[in-house]
Design a protein around this ligand. Sequence first.
Ligand code: SF4
Length: 308
Amino acid sequence: MGLEVKKLNLGFECEGQFNQALFNVSFSLKKGQIHALVGESGCGKTISAMSILRLLPKTARVTSGEILFEGEDLLQRKNMESVRGAKIALIPQDPMTSLNPLYTIENQLLEVIKKHQGLEDEQALDVAMRALDAVHIPPDRMKSYPHEFSGGMKQRAIIAMALSAGAQVLIADEPTTALDVTIQAQIMKLLHEIKHDTAILLITHDLALVGENADFVSVMYGGRVVESAPVREFFKNTAHPYSQGLLNSLPSCSSLEPIEGQPPTIYEEISGCRFHPRCKKRMDICSEQNPRMYKLSDEHFCACLLYN
Ligand code: SF4
């Protein structure tokens, strides 16, 4: 059981113009795996993930593609209520914005469980206690309000809500960005503990986090997936010049080599490879030909003309 995004094309209507933001984006999420979606801000990670939940701005328009889940294309579904929060849940960057400060954690958990699982009070309470136990929150903290929880506990309470609703897919959008380093480690450990029952999409720009925690990685640039591979293969044989640039930009004891220039906005039309204005390995053909995904090994793909 998992989820597959297939050749998703999406753009935004702006003052009578259509600006494309996602180009043939494809990736799949598998139960038992953490799949990291990596790239600089504005590369299309979050909008790809929000397309899965169909939580898109009014100006967004999907022009083609499929999002397959439980044998159905989510883009064709009339109503997402029974999917959103219940089968596919979002773990946001800042948990405080997702918890209601006026209600206790117990109230909020029970509301989710009753709505999505249709259980009565006693059974719902039992599910809530098990969900809190799974995220290492003692049951006696159930009656606390969100402001009485630390940042890490709030994030764990959100994860408990997703688990108690029975979510099969978790979309974790930079889930540790707002937390300090020790708490980050706790949340990632927790995602590992629960991944055997779920498929997890981890959106991040932090390659160190990916190396330590993900099973599979897809790198996005300018609205395209430019490289995808199992995480070990990715770090051993990083193929795309953009992925190599991201790795060289990691702080280390030796040199720090940032990628020159800025990622493209959706208003810029770039012919050929969208990375060519910033690529140190560009060839004459790169500004004319748009690279397709080349297969480098069983599960390793790269959109770069160097592998043509
Ligand atoms: Fe660089 Fe050309 Fe490969 Fe694009 S296709 S990443 S410009 S070498």
